[in-house]
Design a protein around this ligand. Structure first.
Ligand code: CMP
Length: 140
């Protein structure tokens, strides 16, 4: 499988509980390299645009409120099949359905406060990475 990059967010429920290091250890133990990382406070406009694809969903307003409720850590992860690998490491969106050993099983509080976001395809990964990082911010 080819070396890929995926986009990741450590969400406010996780930064609030000081879990950045524990979550990063999961990525690194699984062979993903953190090639860019920045802790930010997302603005409402940024969160709305990032989650635009969910704009018609009933949870959109709450999702934007949650993602701006505290700091997040935006990241680029790199490795073999990084998009799918990261989805395995994260586990199912709803922690109630997440497999043992996954980030969401171990750390998520609810389907909304589910600790991490990860891109769902290489195409979306490229779009999401470019939303937060310049090419020169990413060092393999
Ligand atoms: P994420 O991967 O960040 O993409 C969209 C987010 O919406 C998702 O993770 C969830 O945290 C959040 N969300 C909140 N409620 C729901 C829901 N009912 N179904 C799916 N996603 C939800």
């Amino acid at each position: 499988m080819a070396i890929e990059r995926t986009f990741s967010i450590i969400k406010p429920d996780a930064t609030r509980r000081n879990l950045t290091g524990k979550i990063n250890a999961k990525f690194e133990e699984a062979g993903l390299k953190i090639v860019a990382q920045r802790r930010i406070q997302m603005s409402e406009a940024q969160a709305k645009k990032f989650y635009e694809v969910h704009a018609a969903r009933p949870f959109y307003g709450d999702l934007v409120k949650f993602m701006t409720s505290g700091p997040v850590v935006v990241q680029v992860l790199e490795g073999e099949g990084a998009v799918l690998k990261n989805r395995d490491i994260m586990g199912a969106t709803n922690p109630a359905n997440a497999a043992a050993g996954t980030i969401r099983k171990e750390f998520a509080e609810s389907i909304e406060a589910n600790s991490v976001h990860g891109s769902d395809s290489p195409e979306n990964a490229a779009i999401e990475i470019a939303y937060f990082f310049a090419g020169t911010d990413i060092v393999s």
